[in-house]
Design a protein around this ligand. Structure first.
Ligand SMILES: Nc1ncnc2c1ncn2[C@@H]1O[C@H](COP(=O)(O)OP(=O)(O)O)[C@@H](O)[C@H]1O
Ligand SMILES: [Mg+2]
Length: 1013
């Protein structure tokens, strides 16, 4: 089952920086030289370039004849790949300038190089044929880097905007404006690398941009303050702060350092750098320089004075050690050279010195030393720190260090060592931070939740997402006072965050990385049991170590441990990045494996999971399976989730389009169209779209002589609700539809079609015909309560019982009606048909008012509206609102009634136009409400229109009510005609046997009489 999934994929998507360097005009130059000499010159050039690439841990991808292509960030990931490339470029230009001067002297040559740099995604891996394949990077990112090189002036390095964005602040960049570049669809903004910038770390960058307000972290600050107090009392110690990148280690240290300084305490800071692992002792050197107060610009002599001054004040014995210290700090004293020591011995000497500096007897003032990012520390420094940590006990020194969770410390802290595990910001602090960054404009409502969800409280991610949204134009205005200009649907992953996360993912061990990638395909969470089949690591034991690596590294956490383990991503962004690092093919394989695992492992949940299975099948390029599972999911959503059902049927239709035609796909093609059409009367549908679907379904059904589908098509075109039907033609269409269904011989279809068709009898107020048709449905169902379910309506049986109740209600047999409604409600609940439940409650509520309990009616109708809202279908919602209005009217709340009825109309008309079978009824009730609130002119006009429509179309169920509304309105305007309207109403009601209507009419007659007197 895990076939095709390899732990070592052929390639990966990676975020890298690509650097091209070449000799300007090498052809001309070569011509001037003896070929052998030229070869030597070029070799010198290549080795300069290659050395600088290697110094910053880049890879020379290839030699291009007169230059090189180098990649930073692959195969080994570096989150600072752009910075490494820039450092390398600056040094290359320096070295080559020197080299060129030499060549000019020796050969009279005018030699210069140019460099192009770009950052972005590449496909990296062993690419090529069989054993000839070499590790390389390909993609648009590479091409654009080369174009930058071609564009660059001699002796210059040019960057694209993408690279510049990542290098910004760390380097001085000069904006050269936009250039038209061959192969790029839009002009490219180009920058020249002008030198090193002022920022050394991300926090420096934040400082330059202006720190966001410091939020939260009270508990952590307390721990630090308390340790400082102890150090002051001679009980020094070490504190480690652990967190994933961006959580705020540096910021916390910075805030603490500032507080300590303002309390008069000396603070020294040092920091390991991602690109510094190759430069031994960098952080220790930095620490010592900070300790001795050495500035970059200090002349050597001054440096020596500073060192000697401070050291000797602490302990005169240091005089012996000064030569070693001078040497180490790069300022050897020509008069007193350091003794010749082996590297080993020198290190030992230095370690001794560092410890003695800390423990010096003359030291009276407490000090704080902050050393950051130990996960990047070189071995030499790490060993030295171990000694330092051991030495701080019983001194006045507090050492604060920080590192990421994946760092395994090679040193033992003193017994007093304390570790603070820094958690992401909580929702309240995140909101505070966001308020500071974005402001409080009301248009930003809801953004905090979205951002908190996306960033999981990581302040770096929060800052970067806000910046990205501002750059993308979603936010408008100034920092701290933004307005929402365009709604935020997807925040994306900002490039700065992407590089950090991608590098972390890349640095995982292969199995851990594979597990993470597989998990990212599964979703936000993944169960232990699916992890095996989708990752290719079938054996549970072999998964444990990589899983631990992921948990310790803060990528995943155990969301559940019982009854089985479920792992969840800590950050949605990590998931996205892990997902994006995979090649499409591998990702597709994993999706398909995921789908199959779900099918195999959860047979009892197939219905519920069908949509998800379909999604994975689709992403796994299994279109046929995807279509099958989408259809299953669509059936399952059915009338309880009509919006989902429609969407899924559309998906089925689209998926089938790409498949070979056979019996199954043809059936799905026609079914998916018919069922979309079936939801048209509930949700509305664009008329052109409807016509297209009908045409296509008809074509297929006719071609395959598919009687079932032809019956459903007849239903969809001329017998369904939601049209301005005329009773006689509607009833004819129903009869024809029934005949087609009978002809198909499919019992379920016959039941479904019949049940739906009955509605026409009701609207025509043919209560006998209605009940006969309903009895027929019940009889056809027999003992099978689910017969015909989900084809047109959810449960035909429940509908039939409810509809009989309705007939009884209209005949004035309220006890029977009540019993039938109760029964229908029970069945609908059992059959899982919330739509029929909703219709039943609608009818029940109005019946309560007929029984003289209008308050109870209003209460039930109101609850029904709430429940129905969740269904998301226009038909049921508008029906529920209309019934609420009718109940409110009976409860003598005309204002409220009018509001409900207007809402009902709005809801309906918003989705469906062109008239429908209930519009006269809705208008009649609304007219009564208008009369109730005294808007009598509008009332009589509306009632006049409604009764006209009902009369013309033979909608005799609605007609008496609309006439009654007309009578009341006319009476209120003082115009004539009220009695005539009531007479007509009474005649219709009597003829059709609508006894409840008759009661209402008589009641109206009484009130008209009263009004006239
Ligand atoms: N408590 C906080 N309140 C406000 N901003 C914070 C807070 N913690 C971190 N930040 C900001 O988030 C960004 C990342 O923090 P940083 O300390 O650099 O993370 P880390 O060192 O853990 O990678 C910085 O710009 C920093 O100013
Ligand atoms: Mg940091």
């Amino acid at each position: 089952m895990s076939s095709g999934i390899r732990i070592d994929a052929d390639g990966e998507r990676k975020q890298v920086t690509v650097l091209f360097a070449d000799v300007k005009g090498s052809m001309d130059l070569a011509e001037q030289q003896d070929p052998e000499e030229w070869r030597r010159i070029m070799q010198g050039f290549f080795s300069i370039l290659a050395d600088e690439v290697h110094r910053f841990e880049g890879t020379v991808d290839k030699f291009t004849g007169d230059g090189i292509m180098a990649v930073f960030g692959a195969p080994v990931a570096h989150e600072d790949h752009a910075r490494r490339a820039c450092f390398a470029a600056l040094r290359m230009l320096d070295d080559i300038a020197e080299y060129a001067a030499e060549l000019r002297r020796k050969h009279g040559l005018n030699f210069s190089a140019r460099i192009g740099i770009n950052s972005g995604e590449v496909i990296a891996g062993a690419i090529g044929a069989g054993s000839d394949s070499d590790y390389t990077a390909i993609g648009h990112t590479v091409g654009l880097a080369q174009r930058m090189e071609a564009l660059a002036e001699p002796g210059r390095a040019y960057l694209t905007e993408a690279a510049a964005q990542l290098a910004h602040g760390y380097f001085e960049l000069e904006d050269l404006g936009e250039f038209e570049i061959k192969g790029a669809s839009r002009p490219v903004r180009v920058f020249e690398l002008a030198g090193v910038g002022t920022a050394r770390s991300r926090l420096d960058l934040s400082r330059e941009r202006g720190f966001s307000r410091f939020v939260g972290r009270d508990a952590e600050m307390d721990v630090l303050a308390e340790s400082l107090q102890r150090a002051k009392a001679g009980d020094g110690g070490v504190i480690g702060i652990v967190a994933e990148p961006g959580v705020g280690k540096s910021r916390l240290c910075h805030e603490f350092a500032e507080r300590a300084r303002s309390g008069g305490i000396e603070v020294f800071e040092a920091q390991a750098q991602a690109h510094g692992r190759e430069i031994p002792f960098m952080p220790v050197l930095q620490m010592l320089r900070s300790y001795f107060g050495i500035a970059d610009t200090d002349p050597e002599r001054i440096v020596r004075e500073k060192i000697a001054g401070r050291a000797l004040l602490l302990d005169p014995d240091f005089v012996e050690d000064l030569p070693v210290l001078f040497d180490f700090l790069g300022v050897p004293d020509p008069d007193r050279p350091a003794p010749q020591l082996s590297a080993e011995a020198r290190q030992r000497a230095l370690r001794g010195i560092v410890c003695r500096l800390v423990q010096a007897p003359n030291r009276r003032e407490p000090i704080v030393t902050v050393i950051e990012d130990l996960h990047w520390i070189d071995e030499g420094s790490a060993a030295m720190l171990g000694d330092l940590f051991a030495a701080v006990e019983d001194t006045q020194t507090l050492v604060v260090v920080n590192f990421r969770p994946e760092y395994t410390r090679g040193w033992n802290g003193p017994p007093s060592y304390r570790e603070i595990s820094l958690e992401p910001l909580g929702p309240t602090d995140t909101r505070e931070l966001l308020k500071d960054l974005a402001g409080e404009d009301p248009s930003l409502d809801g953004l905090a939740e979205l951002i908190h969800e996306r960033t999981a409280g990581n302040p770096f991610f929060v800052e970067e997402i806000v910046r990205a949204l501002a750059e993308a134009g979603n936010l408008e205005g100034d920092r701290g006072a933004y307005r929402l200009a365009r709604p935020v649907e997807d925040t994306g992953v900002p490039a700065s965050v992407q590089t950090v996360l991608a590098a972390r993912v890349d640095r995982l061990r292969p199995e851990a990385k594979r597990l993470l990638q597989a998990a990212s395909v599964a979703g936000k969470e993944v169960g232990e049991s699916t992890l095996g089949p989708i990752s290719g690591l079938a054996d549970e034991a072999s998964r444990e170590a990589p899983l631990q690596e992921l948990i310790v590294g803060g990528f995943l956490y155990e969301a559940e441990v019982y009854p089985s383990r479920i792992f969840a991503f800590r950050h949605p962004l990590t998931r996205e990045v892990a997902y994006g690092t995979q090649l499409a093919e591998q990702r597709a394989n994993t999706h398909a494996a995921m789908a199959r695992a779900m099918v195999e492992q959860s047979p009892e949940r197939h219905d519920e999971l069908a949509a998800l299975i379909a999604h994975h099948m689709e992403e796994g390029d299994e279109a046929r399976e995807a279509a099958r599972w989408s259809a299953r999911a669509a059936y399952w959503a059915g009338s309880s989730r009509p919006v989902d059902a429609t969407r899924l049927w559309r998906r089925v239709m689209e998926l089938v389009e790409g498949l070979e035609e056979d019996e199954e796909t043809t059936a799905l093609a026609v079914m998916s169209r018919l069922l979309q059409l079936d939801f048209a009367w509930r949700l509305g549908m664009d008329p052109d779209e409807e016509a297209r679907l009908i045409g296509e379904a008809e074509e297929i059904a006719t071609r395959t002589n598919d009687l079932r589908s032809l019956a459903m098509l007849k239903m969809a075109t001329s017998a369904r609700p939601g049209k301005p039907h005329v009773a006689s033609t509607w009833l004819d269409a129903v009869a024809e539809t029934n005949r087609l269904a009978d002809e198909s011989g499919d019992l379920h279809l016959r039941i479904a079609i019949r049940a739906a068709g009955c509605y026409a009898y009701l609207c025509a107020a043919d209560f006998d015909g209605f009940e006969r048709a309903l009895d027929e449905v019940i009889e056809l169902c027999g003992d099978d309560r689910s017969a015909g379910a989900g084809i047109v309506i959810g449960s035909p049986y429940a509908w039939a019982i409810m509809a009989k109740g309705l007939a009884r209600r209209e005949r004035g047999e309220l006890d029977e009606a009540e019993e039938l409604f109760e029964q229908a409600l029970r069945i609908a609940t059992e059959e899982g048909d919330p739509e029929i439940e909703s219709w039943t409650r609608s009818n029940q509520s109005l019946m309560l008012t007929m029984r003289g309990e209008p308050e109870a009616g209003v209460a039930l109708a109101r609850r029904n509206c709430e429940l129905t809202e969740r269904l998301g279908d226009v038909f049921s919602r508008s029906l529920a609102l209309s019934n609420l209005g009718a109940c409110q009217l009976a409860a003598e709340e005309p204002e409220a009634a009018l509001e409900s009825l207007e809402e009902a109309e709005r809801v309906y008309r918003g989705a469906i136009d062109g008239g429908d079978e209930m519009e006269a009824w809705r208008a009649g009730v609304r007219a009564e409400a208008l009369t109730g609130v005294g808007r009598v002119e509008e009332a009589s006009e509306l009632a006049g229109w409604a009764s006209g429509v009902a009369r013309e179309r033979g909608m005799l169920w609605s007609l008496p009510l609309t006439l009654r509304a007309l009578a009341l309105a006319l009476d209120a305007t003082g115009r004539a005609g009220a009695n005539e309207a009531l007479d007509e109403a009474a005649a219709v009601a009597e003829r059709t046997g609508a006894m409840v209507s008759l009661e209402g009419i008589e009641e109206a007659r009484g009130s008209i009489g009263a009004g006239a007197r």
